[in-house]
Ligand binder design. Structure first.
Ligand SMILES: C[S@@+](CC[C@H](N)C(=O)[O-])C[C@H]1O[C@@H](n2cnc3c(N)ncnc32)[C@H](O)[C@@H]1O
Length: 312
């Protein structure tokens, strides 16, 4: 069995807001260590159902093992952008709630060979699905402009151009193979006075590469659009984010779904006839308590947003 170590973030807050009723059908789009799934399962009876998704084969092995004695569960290895079509494949037409707990699990970060971590030297990888384009491919083949754009847009890194330029210089001499080699290049691209302030100078660039490798924002955006259509009226969509870029996507999508008229403000009467399809369950995001932050530092940046479907 995979040794899967992950402390679930905003566990009760998110599952409480999912409004689980015992015979409902629920989706955990990011099953990971199974903490949120387990809490949902506790609230279901034999007529209820949980469908678990994860694109990481290690997480799926773990979930299969963890829930091997449970009948009312389906476990699917897939990107959550395909939840809607995967549900069609198993003849589930409508669902009562869906939860996404975004990002990487502690298991993925703590396994150096997955290449997510800038504190340990390992092969450049960062693929959640363990397939397709890897960090190695991006770092060794993207041109300097694309690298810089990724670091700036997904990492909000001020020294994006300098880092991209130094990557190009380094890889012209020798292929960049490891996280350690990349960290050395990043550190040498950031002035010492800036490096001394704040946390690890590699954090922003690693976040940016991870987002690009896994097309995290694209998946999230597609998932919200298509999975919302699968919700029954009264069904809820709960999303936990960990950085401002993914939170912005969730906030914009949820706000747009819960918006009524979208006519320009100077129109005397409404011509769009747009009706809100959802209501915001919490106007402001729910944040972890001080107790949770103290007992799990990874929860520090978490934000939970929830909507409820009110119209097809
Ligand atoms: C923070 S962990 C989830 C932890 C889980 N909620 C728990 O309580 O143990 C995020 C998980 O989502 C998975 N994941 C991230 N993006 C995904 C995507 N686009 N499609 C499917 N799984 C994804 C990751 O592989 C990881 O296992």
């Amino acid at each position: 069995m995979t040794d899967f170590n992950h402390k679930s973030v905003l566990l009760f807050e998110s599952v409480d807001l999912l409004n689980v009723f015992s015979s409902g059908v629920y989706v955990d789009g990011t099953a990971g260590g199974g903490g949120h799934s387990r809490e949902i399962l506790k609230r279901l009876d034999k007529n209820g159902k949980l469908v678990c998704f994860d694109k990481d084969p290690d997480a799926i092995d773990h979930i299969n093992n963890l829930f091997k004695n449970i009948d009312n569960i389906n476990i699917i290895k897939s990107d959550f952008r395909y939840i809607s079509s995967e549900l069609d494949n198993i003849n589930i037409n409508k669902i009562d709630g869906v939860l996404l707990d975004l990002g990487v699990s502690s298991y993925q970060i703590d396994k150096p060979e997955r290449g997510f971590c800038y504190n340990q030297d390992a092969v450049l990888d960062m693929r959640m699905s363990k397939t397709g384009l890897s960090a190695y491919d991006i770092i060794n083949s993207y041109d300097i402009k694309d690298l810089s754009k990724i670091f700036f847009e997904y990492g909000e890194e001020k020294f994006s151009w300098q880092i991209a330029k130094n990557i190009e210089i380094a890889r012209n001499k020798k292929i960049i193979k490891t996280t350690g080699e990349l960290c050395d290049i990043i550190k040498s691209s950031i002035p010492a006075s800036v490096r001394r302030k704040g946390g690890n100078p590699c954090k922003r660039t690693f976040q940016a590469i991870r987002i690009a490798v896994n097309d995290e924002l694209g998946s999230l955006s597609e998932c919200i659009d298509s999975t919302f259509k699968k919700l029954r009226i009264g069904g809820r969509f709960c999303i936990i984010t960990f950085h401002s870029l993914e939170d912005r996507v969730v906030k914009q999508k949820f706000t747009s779904l819960s918006q009524g008229c979208i006519c320009p403000p100077d129109f005397p009467i409404c011509v769009c006839n747009n009706k809100p399809k959802a209501r915001l369950v919490n106007k402001k995001p729910i944040l972890p308590s001080e107790y949770e932050i103290n007992s799990n530092s990874r929860s520090k940046s978490a934000k939970l947003r929830v909507i409820e479907k009110i119209l097809e």
